[in-house]
Design a protein around this ligand. Structure first.
Ligand SMILES: Nc1ncnc2c1ncn2[C@@H]1O[C@H](COP(=O)(O)OP(=O)(O)OP(=O)(O)O)[C@@H](O)[C@H]1O
Length: 230
């Protein structure tokens, strides 16, 4: 029984116009529930691809991905969508907020077509308040700074209390200070809510603040170590 996520011999080949790109090559790693893992590596090393296949946004070409022993690579599209809703929140470098919706509406958006046993508006409001946006509930994204928009995106990713937060360079568009603030918000949510975090970053200083660092190169894992255990 895997208590978390097991990536087992996963490969991903992109095919297009006669060219094959081996984005992931036989990658194996385990992620324990609740841990905070950074993923680093040069551009094109496969970090985003790894996150996409773990998050069921994309299917691997080979290998298996097990969440608590359930193999998500065998799921239908529909099963994958339900699985994602229940288990995974994403944040990206681009905030991907809906420009015509307020902060509060953006956070509630993933819940619109879902039946949930709690008050959607109350949940979204409390989450925004907890990350310091209680006075911006009715602001549109265009009225918010980059750091505030990313905070809205974090609240949206966590509104359904997923077991995993997958973050693809969430500080990439922010200045250093704001990037650190965002990192600390994610770290404290990881500690408070117990959601595991896989955090792709180019920022080696931030990466060192995780529990564990995975370094990728050419579609493979080059190193996988606990922070402080060099
Ligand atoms: N949809 C796609 N079609 C074709 N090739 C792709 C696709 N997505 C990624 N790739 C290729 O797969 C390889 C890994 O890309 P990936 O985006 O995972 O790297 P990365 O480490 O996240 O890079 P970066 O740090 O620049 O975001 C690259 O060679 C990339 O060009």
């Amino acid at each position: 029984m895997v208590n978390g996520v097991k990536v087992d011999g996963v490969s991903k080949i992109y095919k297009g116009e006669g060219v094959e790109t081996h984005a992931l090559l036989n990658v194996t790693a385990e992620f324990q529930q609740g841990e905070f893992v950074s993923v680093v590596g040069s551009s094109g090393s496969g970090k985003s691809t790894l996150l996409s296949v773990i998050g069921t946004l994309d299917r691997p070409t080979g290998g298996n991905i097990l969440f608590e022993s359930k193999d998500v690579t065998e799921f239908s599209q529909r099963e994958m969508a339900d699985f994602r809703f229940e288990n995974i929140g994403f944040i990206f470098q681009q905030f991907h907020l809906i420009p015509t919706m307020t902060a509060l509406e953006n956070v509630m958006a993933p819940l619109f077509s879902r039946k949930v046993p709690y008050d959607k508006k109350q949940r979204a409001k409390e989450l925004l308040e907890s990350i310091g946006l209680g006075d911006k509930l009715h602001s549109l994204p265009s009225q918010l700074s980059g750091g505030q928009q990313q905070r809205v995106a974090i609240a949206r990713a966590l509104v359904h209390e997923p077991k995993w937060l997958l973050a693809d360079e969430p500080t990439g568009n922010l200045d250093t200070e704001t990037g650190e603030l965002i990192f600390h918000i994610i770290k404290s949510l990881n500690q408070e809510k117990g959601c595991g975090v896989i955090f792709v970053t180019h920022d080696s200083e931030l990466a060192e603040k995780a529990d564990r660092i995975i370094e990728m190169k050419d579609g493979r894992i080059l190193s996988d170590r606990m922070v402080g255990a060099l």
